[in-house]
Ligand binder design. Structure first.
Ligand code: ARG
Length: 465
């Protein structure tokens, strides 16, 4: 196949080089955006009189046909045509003749690939935002269901203080909220039109970049053509927001692995989302959660790949930048699959609420409540902490729980202790009293649920296109 740039060459490209330099095997995924961008460009060329209205229409009709061919699997992507851009352009010329050769007027593959990528990242960012919202909703439903389920809250993976399971789940909803915010924030920088920058210097032809931007739903246009063809910040921002997002999913996955172990026995994962062992018949493994945790490494790697790829590049476009796509596509696919599998698995998770409640009261988990009780009686906190520590030690020695102590035993540690202390020893009471903003009391957790439901409702992605 004759290459669009063959004019200046006498010899043929080596086969080895063709397969080494091609990108169509992966950038074919951009076809929809490539054609969408070309249609907007062709409209502008016709409108500006750079080509005739008739030529513009002919090109657009041809592009729409190619789009249908690709959709119906009737299009063959050719490796010797390098990339998606030259594949589409060559097919257009084949379809409509010489007029097809006018499409690439006032354009270069450098601004074209930047455009395609921005359209792709924009669409996938929106898609991922709505998957985040869907998963948040699932978490909120579970949180609403477990408003009365007590569990031990942990620090250092040691039982620390009783909390509501609901509160624990909502912590993830908060993380995901920041993730959606981060993606949304990056969108305004992604949503800028680079087309019209051409190879790097702009063009002498009378293009109307604002018109193209409007056609394609961009918020604005890039301001420096050299920057526009060199810039992959928007991709790096996307990969970075995705790395933080999957870090959160990985922490949740880790908890699901722990919680479904015999040691914890807090959750049972649904059969449809677990797998068996080929040798141990009794096993039910949390592979889905493990894989989410495992895939996190790749997502971090993809970010590191792109940062490294870009760091030494002189301005403006360099072919190195073609290597931005595999990590980008991989992050998009991986993050989406993790969100989908979590969204679908979560409603089927059974929480062993009885065991959670039982363990919530173990390990002297309400000791801090005794200290706060003493503070309310006027004891300085540091002293109250010391007294309570000695009470706990006494319990350990006598093999008693805090609530088993007689009032006489308690009074021996501080004369300020009265019978009302028993109101503070049960985990239910402990939780009920945590009324500080954002705390674990039912009142505060209900507020958090209400706020998050509103956030999700309000901020759920509005599709503009
Ligand atoms: N396939 C190329 C890429 O992904 C498209 C741009 C090629 N530009 C060039 N001047 N060779 O970066």
């Amino acid at each position: 196949m004759k290459k669009p740039w063959a004019g200046r060459f006498r010899g043929k490209t080596s086969r080895v080089v063709e397969s080494f330099t091609e990108s169509v095997s992966f950038d074919y995924r951009l076809w929809r955006y490539d054609i969408e961008g070309s249609i907007a460009h062709a409209k502008m060329l016709g409108r500006q009189g750079i080509i005739t209205g008739e030529e513009s229409e002919k090109i657009i009709t041809g592009l729409r046909e190619i789009s249908r061919d690709i959709e119906n699997g009737k299009f063959t992507f050719k490796q010797d045509l390098e990339d998606i851009h030259m594949n589409v352009e060559t097919a257009l010329i084949k379809k409509i003749g010489d007029t097809g050769g006018k499409l690439h007027t006032a354009r270069s593959r450098n601004d074209q690939v930047a455009l395609d990528l921005r359209l792709y990242v924009r669409a996938e960012t929106r898609e991922i935002m709505s998957l985040i919202r869907a998963f948040q909703k699932t978490l909120l439903d579970a949180a609403t269901k477990h408003l009365n389920t007590l569990m031990p809250g942990y620090t250092h993976l040691q039982r620390a203080q009783p909390v509501l399971l609901s509160h624990h789940l909502l912590a993830y909803t908060e993380m995901l909220d920041r993730d959606a915010e981060r993606l949304n924030d990056s969108l305004k920088r992604t949503n800028q039109l680079p087309l019209g920058s051409c190879a790097l210097a702009g063009t002498s032809l009378p293009v109307d970049r604002d018109y193209v931007a409007k056609q394609l739903g961009f918020e604005g246009i890039s301001q420096n053509s050299i920057d526009a063809v060199s810039d992959r910040d928007f991709t790096i921002e996307f990969l970075s927001a995705s790395a933080i997002l999957i870090m959160h999913l990985s922490r949740l996955a880790e908890e699901l692995v722990l919680w479904s172990s015999e040691e914890f026995r807090y959750t049972e994962l649904p059969d449809a989302f677990t797998t068996g062992s080929s040798i141990m018949p009794q096993k039910k493994n949390p592979d889905v959660a493990e894989l989410i945790r495992g895939k996190t490494g790749r997502i971090y790697g993809n970010l590191a790949s792109l940062l490294t790829l870009m760091k030494g590049l002189p301005l403006s476009y360099n072919r190195d930048m073609q290597e931005d796509k595999p990590p980008l596509f991989d992050t998009v696919d991986t993050v989406k699959s993790c969100l989908i599998v979590l969204r679908d698995m979560f409603p089927g998770i059974r929480f062993n609420t009885e065991r959670m409640r039982r363990t919530a009261g173990d390990a002297y988990s309400t000791a801090t409540d005794i200290a706060e009780y003493l503070v309310r009686k006027g004891v300085p906190f540091r002293k109250a902490h010391g007294i309570t520590g000695r009470i706990v030690l006494h319990c350990i020695e006598k093999k008693k729980r805090l609530e088993d102590l007689a009032i006489k035993e308690l009074k021996a540690f501080s004369a300020l202790i009265g019978k009302d202390i028993y109101d503070f020893l049960a985990p239910e009471e402990s939780v009920k009293n945590k009324n500080s903003q954002g705390g674990t009391s039912l009142r505060e957790v209900t507020k958090q649920i209400r706020r998050l439901r509103r956030v999700i409702g309000e901020k759920s992605v509005k599709r503009k296109e």
